[in-house]
Design a protein. Structure first.
Length: 282
């Protein structure tokens, strides 16, 4: 099998979605990487064949959504083995999952659900992250969630929870800047202070996406269905100053636009990263 390319100075990538696959294959746009949801590629399908063709030209990031690392239950070994087989096949440059849970009693829920941030849940989460990394033979990146509720029993700030997970397990952190902005707006905290609380050396990837304001309720919803909002771009610039130019993904999962619009968002992320680099060495 041809060895896939490595990450380069071009750090901006996009999520690979079915309506755009043919155009990407035909035009081979300049991208730092492409990212796929792992669960869409665990079977021998034409979609997997197309991904393996594209990996000849693009680094691939695999983003899992169903490991349920925040669960109080043991990991689903069948699902974990399928993920390991996919990783061995695709040889991704990055493998990520979520600070969330999504399954109970063998039933998978179509959502990423929150967990209380307590010492007990931290111990359980770190145990499952460690088990997953050992089975996969890869270091995971753990993504911060967007938040719409908080548990009364939570005693550990989210950024501290992620930081301690990285310290105990050796995992990295996927910093979703849009999620930070959404959560900060919903719960009235300082998003810059959140960024500053994360360990810069552990940040392995950044996500950017769109959100919308809910009707009749004063909250923002992270829906990945629009352009990145100006305040999120501004927070991304702050993240670049804090963490440096790390691989940055434009997530767009609903109300998919024309490919050129998505590529334009990636170009803007690349331009901001290049400006940051130039400022660093000026």
């Amino acid at each position: 099998m041809i060895k896939p390319p490595a990450l380069s100075d071009r750090i901006a990538g996009i999520g690979l979605r079915l309506p755009h696959v043919a155009a990407i294959a035909a035009t081979r746009p300049h991208l730092g990487f492409i990212e796929v949801h792992a669960e869409n590629y665990m079977a021998e399908t034409a979609a997997l064949d197309r991904l393996l063709e594209l990996r000849r030209d693009y680094p691939v990031s695999v983003h899992g959504v169903a490991l349920s690392l925040g669960s109080a239950e043991d990991l689903d070994r069948i699902h974990l083995d399928r993920l390991r087989a996919l990783i061995e096949r695709v040889e991704p440059v990055l493998v990520s999952e979520h600070l969330a849970w999504s399954a109970i009693d063998g039933v998978y829920l179509n959502d990423l659900l929150p967990l209380p941030y307590t010492e007990e849940s931290l111990d359980m989460f770190c145990r499952l992250v460690g088990e997953a990394q050992e089975t996969l033979g890869r270091r995971l990146l753990i993504e911060n969630p967007s938040s719409y509720l908080r548990f009364r029993d939570s005693t550990i700030p989210e950024a501290e929870f992620l930081t301690e997970t990285a310290r105990r397990t050796g995992c990295c952190i996927l910093c979703d800047v849009n999620n930070i902005y959404v959560s900060a707006t919903n719960f009235r905290f300082d998003p810059i202070a959140y960024l500053d609380s994360l360990p810069a050396a552990a940040i392995g990837e950044i996500h950017l996406a769109g959100h919308h304001a809910a009707e009749n309720v004063d909250i923002l919803i992270d829906d990945h269905g629009s352009r990145v909002a100006l305040p999120v771009w501004e927070l991304y610039s702050a993240a670049l100053k804090r963490f440096g130019a790390v691989p940055t993904l434009i997530e767009w999962d609903t109300k998919l636009p024309a490919l050129e619009i998505l590529l334009g968002e990636a170009r803007h992320a690349q331009e901001l990263a290049d400006l940051h680099r130039h400022a660093e060495f000026a």
